[in-house]
Write a new protein. Structure first.
Length: 206
């Protein structure tokens, strides 16, 4: 009964959320689109003609933003275990991006290019056990960082969602070992009570 009441309260709040309403009106698949827009407005990640990879892309709102902002000459890749409905200008690959087979297929499609921007808005499937959920979240961040380091061009940029808690500072230090610049972003569309923040890495070391 308690869970049912909590779920109903969450749904009421969700439907009343102005970013949810705006996404429904403007045709974005999730309110998360506005998080990326705000960060891009500030940091200018999504440039015309860029090569962009969205890890854990479903349902596809960040891909929508990337395709729109980078234009017709861009290459936007979406990778996810879950299916993603087609988006104009987006090359979708279903699979685990850390799996050798999926990675080989992605690199075949990339055809020798280097990536300008790697995006990751991934969250783990929540178990309700906070310690385990946080550990899984940090693991996803580490996998995304490894992907970014191996595929970005030297001046490329990496934007990743990280939940503050156990392992957060260690992961940030790992990013600082990989990038010359690491900045924290908390867009307005990210709910105040949420522990999520975004770390933005720029310019690979070495």
């Amino acid at each position: 009964m308690k869970r049912s009441k909590t779920s109903k309260a969450w749904m009421r709040e969700h439907l009343a959320d102005p970013f949810v309403q705006r996404a429904n009106t403007e045709g974005y698949r999730a309110r998360a689109a506005y998080k990326l827009m705000e960060i891009d407005d500030r940091d200018h990640l999504l440039r015309s003609g860029a090569v962009v990879v969205d890890l854990g892309a479903a349902p596809g709102s960040w891909c929508q933003v990337a395709a729109q902002r980078c234009g017709s000459g861009a290459r936007v890749f979406a990778l996810d275990l879950l299916p993603v409905e087609p988006i104009a200008g987006v090359d979708f690959l279903q699979g685990d991006f850390s799996d050798d087979g999926t990675l080989a297929e992605f690199e075949r499609r990339l055809d020798g290019s280097r990536v300008d921007v790697v995006l990751s808005d991934m969250s783990p499937n929540l178990s309700g056990v906070s310690v385990a959920d946080q550990a899984r979240s940090i693991m996803l961040c580490e996998l995304a960082l490894d992907f970014a380091v191996h595929h970005l061009r030297p001046d490329g940029r990496f934007l990743v969602k990280v939940f503050q808690g156990e392992g957060f500072m260690a992961f940030r230090r790992e990013m600082e070992r990989c990038f010359l610049s690491v900045q924290t972003r908390k867009p307005k569309a990210s709910r105040d009570r949420s522990a999520e923040v975004y770390l933005l890495g720029g310019r690979l070391r070495g």
